[in-house]
Design a protein around this ligand. Sequence first.
Ligand code: KG4
Ligand code: ZN
Length: 347
Amino acid sequence: MKILAIETSCDETAAAIASLDNHNITILSNVVASQIDIHQAFGGVVPEVAAREHVKQILPIIDQALKEAGLSKQTASKELNGIAVTQGPGLLTSLLVGVETAKSLALAWNLPLVPVQHVTGHIAANFINRDLTKFNFPILTLTVSGGHTALILMKDYLTYEIIGQTLDDAAGEAFDKAASLLKLGYPGGPKISAAAAKFAAQNKATSIVLPQPMIKRSDYNFSFSGLKTALLYALQKDSAWSEKVNEYAYVFEQAVTQALIRKTIKAAHDLEVKTIMLAGGVSANKNLREALTQTIQQKLPSVNFLMPELTYTTDNAAMIAAAGLIRLEKQKTTDPITVLAQPNWPI
Ligand code: KG4
Ligand code: ZN
């Protein structure tokens, strides 16, 4: 079974072709046109600019994805079994470009359309190149991106139950805001991570203290806006902060990472899950990947731990293809005419 997937929920125009054979999802092509350079000047994504870029990029990107997978527009209707597209959540004007393109192609090629919820796409990045008969449910997924931070319980491939989430900022958003306070630029996650690694490499102790978010609460929710404000106040009080940017980045990254890990371990233990998965753009964070791996090995050694390959962590269409293939196999398709972009589509 082969699918074309399209993702335009934020500032990446992406298309991918993937196949599902013998319970294995293989990515045949994965093309992403990033708009980072364009939005960097504004310090964040400008929705109208993003939409206009998507309009320019979408058809050439689909063409390239088809070509790299050995397909063409002429053969696509015969060789593909469906088209998947991110229907939401995301920026409305960005989503519209992908959704309307996918609808048009599904109608022209007479193929089924599979709408995909973006967060479930991030989760499905974990299903790529892995034997789908070997996943042990229940699975607890820590989904951390620029727009979402949640602990999601999956009892099978198609059910998602949010058991905890951020009460304010998403983890990626917190990284982006901290990077902006530290004047590190956009997008903040990779910049904070690189600066923090420089401090860690020095093996020095730090005297900077930031609060541990939500440490006293026994639920599975997160909160990062207090941490961001604490960083702001610490910088305001410290006239020499600009000489300690790497150290501040390190302490901030540690605080976010530890809060994410603490709640994940607690939830996985309480809910007696068999597998923990990491997903979303922040799952590219090296410190989070390593610290979570170690903590699970120490505290929950019988639990499987999976992370997506780095290429599939930040927004891409391969993950939408993976989620789409699983839905297509279960016949979860929708009449293209009825599909509309849904900027606030909940999981
Ligand atoms: O999943 P994603 O690409 O887009 C959304 O669906 O939101 O996530 C983007 C977020 C941004 O906030 C970015 O700063 C963060 O992921 N991010 C990282 C890293 N790479 C990307 N955060 C921490 N460390 C990283 N290495
Ligand atoms: Zn995303």
